[in-house]
Structure formats: C-alpha cells, structure tokens
Design a binder for this molecule. Sequence first.
Ligand SMILES: Cc1ncc(COP(=O)(O)O)c(C=O)c1O
Length: 398
Amino acid sequence: MPGFEWFGDAERKEVMDVLETGVLFRYGFDAMRNGHWKARTFETELCSRLGVEFCHLCASGTAALATALAACGVGAGDEVIIPPFTFVATVEAVLQVGAIPVFAEIDQTLCLDPRDIPFRITKATRAVVPVHMCGAMARIDQIKQVCDQHGLILIEDACQSLGASFQGKSLGTFGLAGCFSFDPVKTVTCGEGGAVITHDSTVYQNAHQYADHGHDHIGNDRGQENHPILGTNYRISELNAAVGLAQLRKLDDMLTVQRNHKQALKNCLHQFQPVQFRDIPDESGDSATFLTFFMPSESDARNITTELGKAGVDGCAYWYDNNWHYLRKWQHIKKLISSARMPVHLIDPLPDYDQINLPGSDSLMRRTISMQIKLSWSSDEMSRRMAAIETVMSQFSG
Ligand SMILES: Cc1ncc(COP(=O)(O)O)c(C=O)c1O
C-alpha cells in the first residue's frame, strides 16, 4: 500500500476515456458517454473479484459505512457494537445514521473480540461492525456466530482490507453488508471512493437509492425516475471510478508484492525473542499492508518505534498515541462535540465515552507497533530496511 505508488498508463487511459466524453456523472447521459460506464464497470469487476452478488460505489468509505447501516435498516436509537481501534469514520458513520456506538474489547487480532460482544449487548443492540484492521482479519467466523445467536446484523468495515480473505472467502462478504475505502492511502485508491457490497438484493436496492437521493435508477432518463425512499448524495464520480477501475485490475499483483515484502520483514523480526506477532486467523488471506507485532512492555514498544524512525525505518506506527485510530485520543468523540445537534444528543443521560473501560484493548495497544508495507520498495531498499531493523532490535532483545 498505497496503490498510488503504481499509478501509470492504465489509470491515465481510464481517466481520458471519461474526459473525452465530458460525462463525469455515473448515471444517465447515455448517448454522450460513448459506452463508458466506469462506476458500473468497477462495481461489476469488484463483485466478481470478491465473489459477491451486489456492489454499490460511494464517494468514500465513510459514505459507504453510513449507506450500509442505513440500507440494513440501522438507525435512530439503535446501538451498534464497534471496536475502539479503527479509524474515527466507523464511529462517525454510526452517529450519522442516528445510532449509538458501543465499544467492545479487541483481542490479539487487534480486531473486535468475539468473546466480549455478548457483554455489550442490550435490548437496543441492533448491529455489530467489526473492523478488519491493517489489512488483516477479525475472527470473523466467531463474530458471525455471535451475531447469528443474538439476532444481530453484521456489517464488516473492511475499508483497510481490500483483497484479504478468511478461509478463501473475501472479507466483507460474511455479513449482511461489507464496506471498502479507496481513499488516497489505500491499497486500491481512486482519490476518494468507497464501496458497499452485499448478497442481499433489498440491501443493495436500499444502498444505491439511499446514496443518490432515493432515486430508483429505473430507465435511462433521470427525469422519469421515482424516489421510493429518502436519501442523500454519497455518489462517486466517473473520474474517481475510472482511476479505481484501473487500480482494481492491479490488485492481485499488488497483493503478491506486499506479501513478499511483509514475509521478508517478518523473517527478519522473527529472530528477536521478545517480538510476538499479531494473531492473524488465516495468514494466507492477509492482504499484508502492515506487519504488526507486540513487545513485552509499553516502554519497549515506545522506544523501539522511536529508534526505528531514527534508523530510517519510516512508516512505523505506535497506535496507542495515534489520534486517528485509537479511542483514547478522540476527545471530540469522547465528548460528542459536534457543530450540529445529533440524534445522540437527545439521549438523557448522554453516553459517557470518557469513562469507557477497555483494559484489554489498552494493554494490547500500549505494546503494539505496526510497520507499513510499501509496493515501491526495491531489493536494495528491502536490504537497507532489514539491516536497520536488525540493528535496532538487537539493542532490545535478550
Ligand atoms: C477502518 C476504516 N473505516 C473507514 C474508513 C473511511 O474511509 P474513507 O477515508 O474513504 O472515508 C477508513 C479510512 O481510513 C478506515 O481505515
């Protein structure tokens, strides 16, 4: 990751197809568009790549999450169980549809812990949104089992994990809906974009209508369309979809390179006793965007991250302090600060996210280091990186 490292002629050709027609809109203008339907083609190819029946592209992964929640009927007053290690977008999307985020612990997969979900269920719980973080999977089979047992809707936030799978089945296809992001730092990027996938025709219909002002998309002439439901504008443009289409066609090659780079770095780290790797329930399905490991103590993890940076191993993250990805630093979310009054503000008393107790997650996150895996590394760069890692790690082992 990220896919922009591999931008080239294919992306330029797809974009030029669109610019030459002048049709930047994904719907209508049939006569002008010279047969180019980039969003539609991207959807069809993504469905066949992931093995799912329906896909609807959106303006972003955040829009895809809000669309998926709305399309599955999650809304005002419903509680949605999510992990505290994610991107803030997961929380925002739940709030956006009027629902209430409820945090549960993560486990050594760094994703939602299926054992903790039952303790967070109340009469208001409607859905569970596990997040497949850093390119690899939650214990999605066990999470699905818990959802089925309790009659809860499962929506997967796979925004960071396009191309990853569990036991041969693509992430995003286990629940009622799955979501992806194609933002500028994702494996497949199109600038801004996202996707909702589902096996369910009603969810699909709700999704494409909701994301386009409720239009039913029947017929060729927009003027004749009806509005069966209320919606909004979460549409993707043809320009973004064009870039994404070219990128999607490179996904398998990207995964091969990422996996090779990750394996080499993992082999290098393996020799250092205190390093314990993140649990990945199916290593063969890892999309390999990050190599993540635990150190025995918080101070080791902090110091190693700093030393790796100094040694030129860039792209290392100490997530516990990261204000984009871990609950502890999200002051605006903990205090529910918004310029607008949201449905959650009507709850009396307000959920007190400041008092949230997630000792298991805190303890894991304090010891976690992630290394970003890039597509563009040459073999010289890989050798330099491994030598620097060995120098730093040998100071901390045994
Ligand atoms: C886990 C997760 N969910 C949702 C999103 C939102 O995607 P976007 O940036 O396309 O809105 C992201 C983006 O980084 C993410 O990492």
